[in-house]
Design a protein around this ligand. Structure first.
Ligand code: BDR
Ligand code: CA
Length: 322
């Protein structure tokens, strides 16, 4: 079945891989890209999104809308220490290509409300745009077919602090708003799911390096800085929670274990800012999300390899892609 989806993204590293999947998997129809403040500088993220579109030959086919350039109430926090510029130094001349005039939040509301029950949103950055859309339009949450969120940890460790995963840490108020808004939510958490099932270690990276396509080289470039960071903090490979979020939407059979949870986000404490309390059904709390607990990591890796094997016709010369 084809999924009509919008990707809400802070495009750097695995966000680029998620975009490759959304653009190239035949089960996906990518209706729009909405940009949100997160991983790296906002303009750089926008460039990275266009760069990824150009690398796949889809530049000009999918509208890119600029969304919120900062979190709802807090200062933006960068992950440039993790991702560098997010694309390993690659760049393109965009020429006359640019974003749409319509704001990302308005695009989300328009596309969803024009197609009630038809559009899935995969949110792989801080939840600022999605929260804004839910607050601005009372019909938005119920008209979204499903919302896949990359964020939080399932009572596991964080990555930006001991308690918090980056996307929820950057805009905890937005995350809290979204979990209370009535969406049909699926969560792809950082820990333990990503760390167990979506890390590509040396063997897998070697396999990707042997795929002799521009997209495989593109993958190795966008993941290079993150790999260095991950190894420095004891994670044995590159991390792929964003591309996994798109993958589980397109191929639910990847999911081995999932359960209904009540998810609430900490906004009051500085120590545990953005912590996701995921209650697994024994605390008399109404479930508001399905949390993925385990996936078939090998099948996910195989899916990424098949995407990277796709023959494409890049539309621009990509500087830095050897
Ligand atoms: C999340 O933060 C970003 O660095 C990644 O793109 C992912 O969305 C992981 O915490
Ligand atoms: Ca992301």
């Amino acid at each position: 079945m084809t999924r009509r989806l919008i990707l809400d993204t802070d495009t750097a590293q695995d966000d680029c891989v998620a975009l490759l999947v959304a653009l190239l998997d035949s089960r996906a129809s990518l209706e729009a890209i909405t940009m949100v403040a997160g991983n790296v500088g906002f303009d750089r993220q926008v460039h990275n999104a266009f760069l990824t579109l150009a690398a796949t030959g889809h530049l000009g086919e999918v509208p890119v809308h600029l969304g919120c350039e900062r979190p709802l109430v807090r200062e933006w926090v960068s992950a440039e220490n993790v991702h560098g510029d997010g694309v390993g130094g690659m760049s393109i001349d965009l020429g006359d290509c640019g974003p749409e005039a319509e704001h990302g939040v308005d695009a989300l509301i328009r596309i969803v409300n024009d197609n009630p029950g038809e559009i899935d949103i995969v949110a792989i950055g801080p939840l600022t745009n999605v929260a804004m859309a839910a607050v601005k339009d009372a019909d938005f949450a119920k008209n979204v077919r499903s919302l896949v969120i990359m964020g939080g940890s399932n009572n596991g460790r964080g990555n930006i602090t001991a308690a918090a995963e980056f996307n929820f840490y950057v805009d905890p108020e937005a995350a809290a708003t979204v979990f209370a808004a009535g969406f049909d939510i699926t969560v792809v958490p950082w820990a333990p799911l990503t760390l167990n099932d979506a890390v590509f270690g040396a063997d897998r990276l070697e396999q990707i390096a042997t795929i002799d396509t521009p997209l495989a080289r593109f993958f190795m470039k966008v993941c290079a800085a993150t790999l260095e960071f991950d190894e420095a903090v004891g994670i044995p490979g590159t991390t792929h929670p964003d591309s996994l979020s798109v993958a589980v939407l397109l191929d639910p059979e990847l999911v081995i274990a999932a359960a209904d949870y009540n998810v609430q986000i900490e906004t009051g404490s500085e120590l545990t800012r953005g912590y996701s309390a995921m209650s697994w059904g024994v605390h008399d709390l109404e479930p508001n999300a399905r949390v993925i607990e385990a996936v078939d990591g090998q099948a996910f890796f195989d899916l990424i390899c098949s995407i990277l094997s796709t023959e494409v016709s890049p539309q621009r010369a990509i500087a830095g892609l050897q």
